[in-house]
Design a protein around this ligand. Structure first.
Ligand SMILES: Nc1ncnc2c1ncn2[C@@H]1O[C@H](COP(=O)(O)OP(=O)(O)OP(=O)(O)O)[C@@H](O)[C@H]1O
Length: 292
């Protein structure tokens, strides 16, 4: 597959065109074209402020784009509110907020299912519908809690969980709607290294079960370890795409992260000047030390 930004992919589950989001004079997102391949684990990386979270928010209907269209499974999703996007099978995780921390693990799971509720107004009129749906929700939640080894914590406040357990709960909660595309927001943030492998295993499991995963992450070890494809954003735009093994050596990516150009190696004169500067700094430091 070519490695240019916006490269077409076989069987894309998500196709995005010309999405723009501005905050005042700042263009936070300006994505020309991007596709996510069905069944893949795709990482979305980029320096701080690149627009990754804003882009996630546009796609999942949590914020309104100024321009652009996108389709999920061939269905237009631009302008569709978040709960309907989730019901269509595209769901994102959220970091546990203060309010959610005060709910129990089970209550959090039930909230995750809310998007399903009321799905069919007419079915809801059938006697006993709510009760049967309630039971379905509880059963699904139990199943997921067992899978994520959180069943013993079912009645604990979510706020009492460790960093890694919170991440598991965020993922489990998102799965309550039975999504096809799971969008993970920094799944590794604040996770104890001992839990890293288990978390990575759970993300890979999602792919094994036929889901597509798109995740924002700063942890490059995780990106290298589990992604099939990497999309790089900088200053709102997609600047590069490629497999994880080579993406970090792409010059556009290095430039974006360093915020500087390294196209040409330093000339001898530049090198000499830098050495002099470094020596002068060192001397000044030594002098300072000896005067103390
Ligand atoms: N609600 C908002 N109002 C004003 N500016 C915003 C808002 N949300 C985001 N921005 C700005 O948009 C730009 C993109 O931010 P965003 O959080 O999407 O980047 P990011 O790539 O997710 O960064 P990080 O990796 O640090 O989370 C930043 O300059 C940010 O300050």
């Amino acid at each position: 597959m070519a490695r240019e930004p916006g490269v077409p992919k076989p069987d894309p589950i998500l196709v995005v065109d010309k999405v723009v989001r501005r905050f005042g004079g700042l263009t936070a997102v300006d994505v020309e074209h991007v596709e996510v391949q069905r069944g893949s684990i795709t990482a979305l990386i980029g320096p701080n402020g690149a627009g990754k979270t804003t882009f996630f928010n546009q796609l999942t209907g949590f914020d309104t784009a100024d321009a652009g269209t996108w389709t999920f499974n061939g269905r237009t999703m631009s302008g569709v509110p978040a709960h309907k996007v989730a019901r269509a099978g595209m769901v994102r995780t959220f970091q546990l907020t203060k309010a959610l921390s005060r709910l129990t693990v089970m209550e959090n799971m039930r909230l995750g299912a809310q998007q399903q509720k009321g799905e069919s107004f007419w079915r809801a009129l059938v006697p006993g519908f709510w009760r049967s749906q309630e039971q379905e929700i509880t059963e699904r939640a139990e199943e997921l809690l067992v899978r994520f080894k959180l069943d013993a914590k079912r009645d604990d406040f979510a706020g009492s969980l460790s960093g890694g357990q919170r991440k598991l709960l965020e993922m489990a909660r998102a799965l309550m709607v039975g999504p096809e595309l799971v969008m993970l927001d920094e799944p590794m943030a604040g996770v104890n290294p001992a839990l890293t492998q288990s978390l990575l295993g759970h993300v890979k499991d999602l792919r094994e079960q036929g889901m597509t995963v798109l995740f924002v992450e700063h942890d490059m070890d995780m990106v290298r370890d589990i992604s099939d494809w990497v999309i790089v954003m900088a200053q709102g735009a997609v600047i590069a795409e490629g497999p994880p093994s080579t993406i970090m050596s792409d010059e556009r990516v290095i430039d974006a992260y360093l915020g500087a150009h390294h196209d040409a190696p330093l000339s001898d004169t530049e090198l000499q000047a830098q050495l002099h500067e470094a020596e002068a700094e060192l001397e000044a430091e030594i002098e300072e030390e000896t005067q103390k």
